[in-house]
Design a protein around this ligand. Structure first.
Ligand code: AMO
Length: 434
């Protein structure tokens, strides 16, 4: 039986089994009652024919509030009435934890509940198999990412999350008090993954939290997300970085389609694996598409949420889900991106998925003097980045890399609609608990 359910919460000896789980439902129909018990792997029916069961046990089990946690021991019988093909006739039970009444949130009720209510009682929301399936897929996604980057020679690293400087713009920095000094929560591992390129660890990756003081309430921004970062040395151009991301994203989509079959079925979703290579649009082409659609953007402006959506719709008409937008104006990109000399552009790109940015990256400026000049142009004080700049003063190879927001990838892959669906305990300006 445990092989059938792949569950650690069920053990069988000589036709006797003990099952442990949450009481999902109790139905009493006069002479017979049914208790549905749920665990991570599914549900089992406990059948209580009143005449054949100890009256006290009958009373105890049928009076249990929904979502109580119990262990029930009894006789296993074949049944054509249940999905598992089995039912359990109990002989004893142990109540581990009686649930309060009423529940803050239903687990099986098919009523629409506001996202806020669900998140306020997330532990209960996560008892729903279709919600847990998202996180099982997320875990598989991480495994697939790691498998693919390791195969490509990347070494896993961990960089500090308490920092003296940020790389992605001052407005989104979370300031903290670090003993007697001000410090910041890491917005990305950008500075450190680049420093590592000067060490000879020429391909590194990190999967870790990134913090952004994003004071906006959208369905794609949170203040804490998991960033999947890669950095690689000895590149000739940013296209090598794009090719690497494409390999990884393709590996994830292909792998999940296969490994995640059960979870995708629970969610009623299918994964579309786009053909390779993913098309590459330039920023200038995109700007024209967006302007033609009536958005008043000018050269140098960020395409923004609306612009990305217009391009996404245009690509969808061609049946394209995933595409790169390359050659952004240097003005729209951070100091660490390399300028395309003699043009207003840079060796940078974003990867967009169904009208939303899921990744950005590019070739980095590895030449010390040019890097300092770029910092100054962006109004930054090189002295604040001394610890970073030093690594460029004594031998730095050409390099490039990317950052992918893994929740954004998951949201677009499963069409979840809101990034909060892809985070167990999301953080946004209005939410600090649970
Ligand atoms: P960027 O700032 O574009 O680039 O971030 C990279 C990716 O991280 C995700 N992301 C977010 N996800 C959820 N909520 C947010 N507030 C949020 N902000 C960003 C997005 C985005 O594409 N250092 C560079 C990357 C690089 O060049 O290597 C960086 O951080 O999916």
């Amino acid at each position: 039986m445990s092989a059938v359910r792949n569950s650690s919460n069920i053990s069988v000896e000589d036709g006797t089994a003990t099952v442990k789980g949450w009481v999902q439902d109790v139905r009493a129909l006069g002479g017979i009652a049914f208790v549905t018990l749920r665990d991570r792997f599914g549900t089992i029916q406990i059948t209580l024919p009143k005449k054949k069961i100890d009256p006290e046990l009958f009373e105890e089990l049928t009076k249990l509030p929904r979502e109580s946690v119990v262990a029930v021991t009894g006789e296993v019988k074949a049944s054509n009435q249940t999905a598992l093909g089995l039912e359990l006739i109990p002989t004893s039970a142990e109540i581990y934890s009686k649930a309060g009444v009423p529940l803050p949130l239903g687990v099986v009720d098919k009523v629409n509940v506001e996202m806020d209510t669900r998140l306020n009682h997330r532990f209960m929301d996560l008892r729903k198999p279709e919600i847990r399936a998202i996180f099982e897929l997320k875990a598989m996604m991480v495994e697939l990412i790691e498998e693919c980057v390791r195969e490509n020679g990347f070494i896993q690293v961990y960089t500090p999350k308490i920092n003296a400087a940020g790389a992605e713009g001052g407005a989104e920095l979370f300031k903290i008090q670090y003993f007697d000094k001000p410090a910041f929560l890491a917005q990305s591992p950008q500075l450190y993954k680049q420093i590592l390129m000067s060490t000879g660890l020429d391909r590194v990756f990190e999967l870790g939290p990134a913090f952004r003081a994003e004071l906006s309430n959208t369905n794609r921004h949170v203040t804490e997300f998991i960033s999947f970062d890669g950095e690689m040395s000895w590149i000739q151009n940013e296209e090598e970085v794009m090719a690497m991301i494409e390999t990884i994203v393709d590996h994830v989509l292909t792998g999940l389609k296969e490994k995640g079959k059960k979870q995708l079925e629970i969610l009623g979703k299918e994964i579309n694996v786009p053909a390779r290579p993913y098309p590459i649009l330039t920023y200038s082409e995109c700007l024209k598409i967006v302007q033609d659609a009536g958005l008043p953007l000018k050269e140098g402006d960020d395409l923004g949420t609306e612009g990305e959506k217009i391009i996404g719709d245009k690509m969808a008409e061609k049946g394209v889900d995933l595409y790169f937008i390359a050659e952004y104006p240097e003005e729209a990109k951070p100091f660490y991106i390399m300028e395309k000399d003699g043009t207003p552009y840079s060796f940078s790109f974003d990867l967009d998925y169904k009208g939303q940015e899921i990744s950005s990256g590019g070739q980095r400026e590895h030449r010390y003097d040019r890097l300092v000049a770029r910092m100054e142009k962006k109004g930054l004080n090189p002295a604040d980045f001394q610890f970073y700049l030093e690594a460029f003063e004594y031998g730095m190879p050409p390099h490039g890399g990317w950052g992918i927001g893994i929740e954004r990838l998951l949201v677009k892959m499963l069409d979840l609609g809101n990034i909060r669906e892809a985070i167990l305990f999301p953080r946004d300006p209005a939410r600090l608990t649970p």
